[in-house]
Design a protein around this ligand. Sequence first.
Ligand SMILES: [Zn+2]
Length: 269
Amino acid sequence: MTPVNTKSNPPGMLRLGLLAALLVLAFACKKDKAEPAEECGLWEYEGEYGPDHWGSLAPACQEYAFCGGSAQSPVDITGAAPDASLEALATNYGASSTHIVHNGHTLEFEVEEGSSALELDGEEYELLQFHFHAQSEHTIGGAAHHMEAHFVHANAATGDRAVIGVMFKDGAENAFLKPFMNHLPHHGESPYTSAASFNPVEVFPADRDYFTYPGSLTTPNCEENVTWFVLEHPVEASTTQILRFRDLMPKNYRPQADIGARQIRHYQD
Ligand SMILES: [Zn+2]
């Protein structure tokens, strides 16, 4: 399957009209602390508030505070060094009721508080949610996958994060996703909520070898407090399932950052 970007730009006149409206708003509105200043815009994946501009907006706009940093994500995973001191991922995941949100950028499965956690260096990182990007944000040896799920964990004491990335390739229908396919909300629609439960560990492949490196959130504010674990082996989803996700969240991946001086380490069972 070839990645296709179906999003089209508004015609020039419409764009000029929007710009004029924004300028009027900028002068007419008092700045609201909860919203970015007008000149900072609302981040997107294309255009003047797209990823190419997040870093340069950072000095003036706190919403993009860390996007120009030197330890950003995603990256291309190449030249990882095997490290025998790494341990298997200590996930302690349990059942959660279902709450699926389309937040305008991604489809997010929120999990019940206290239901799942990852133990890392003796500290507990609670699983908050997992969400999807199409195509994948990380690449392995320069190759992207059709989708990547991010399992976002946070340490309640320090605020540090640990994110596990799971790649999806084209193949058999994905049994975990199957019951949700007809309930995935569009942007602007109400979340889907159900008492039916799932265990997020069912998304993971059987072989959980991983690559790990220090990085950032891949969306603004791009804070650099993330320990990344990108699973080496993809899981499968059907073409129909992948296209459905792509339809609901067209192009929601950030281009790769330079790895710089950071080391990528490889855990193999
Ligand atoms: Zn993500």
